[in-house]
Design a protein around this ligand. Structure first.
Ligand code: 4FL
Length: 222
């Protein structure tokens, strides 16, 4: 899957080339590219923002470099174009799974007080929020979207698919343990040492259900 990210701060995206996503890129499953919007400005001082019409605090990203960048990067509209914004629909596991089926994504990150509305209207397919808070820019939100979507791309997770985990069934994950069997007086639950796989599955399902009831009862209501 191709993911192109339009931003004024392309160096912020280095973490996407580490760890599991870095391995997926080397395997050819993902191709993530951060593209500098400033490279597309026609302004002789490379300015990409200006004061808001009507007044108010802060600066607004100017439409020309954004529209030119989108048209240059995705001339045939092959990518799903998403503007990261608190006004968008909220990212969930289900939304991430749907987006993982697209041929590719183009993510637009806003900075300052926002983006000229005409740039959004002319180029974007949808707006997506990662939660009800405001960030200093859309970059961290874009990274969250890339990570959550990439986990659903076949082959990115080496063991077990994102579809199999309990969150995909709408539940919280059960507790996990590794060696040693006792740490600071705390023992691993006996059932996990028993080798009895049916009992282990039953215990894990019960733990998931109890944790979800206690901490996220909202997930159990449909
Ligand atoms: C984007 C916040 C998506 C939450 C500032 C600029 C944001 C955001 N979800 N805050 N973009």
């Amino acid at each position: 899957m191709k993911i192109k990210i339009l931003t004024l701060f392309p160096s912020m995206f280095a973490p996407l080339h580490e760890s599991i996503l870095g391995r997926a890129e080397k395997k050819g499953l993902l191709d993530i590219e951060a593209i500098d919007i400033r490279a597309y400005t026609t302004d002789k001082h490379l300015k990409c923002d200006d004061v808001p019409f009507g007044g108010g605090a802060g600066m607004v990203m100017t439409p020309q470099p954004i529209v030119d960048a989108v048209e240059s990067v995705d001339p045939e509209r092959k990518l799903r174009r998403i503007y990261l914004s608190p006004r968008g629909r909220t990212l969930t596991a289900e939304v991430a799974r749907q987006l993982s089926r697209e041929d590719g994504l183009l993510l637009l990150c806003g900075h300052y007080e926002g983006v000229d509305q005409r740039a959004i209207d002319l180029t974007m397919d949808e707006e997506l929020s990662i939660g009800d808070y405001v960030l200093t820019g859309g970059e961290l939100a874009a990274m969250v979207v890339v990570d959550a979507v990439a986990r659903f791309v076949p082959g990115v997770l080496s063991e077990g698919s994102a579809e199999e985990e309990s969150f995909s069934a709408g539940l919280l994950e059960y507790p996990q343990y590794t060696r040693p069997q006792e740490f600071r007086g705390l023992r691993v639950p006996d059932v996990l040492l028993s080798g009895h796989h049916a009992n282990i599955e039953k215990w894990r399902a019960a733990q998931s259900a109890a944790l979800t009831q206690a901490r996220r009862p909202d997930l159990l209501k449909d």
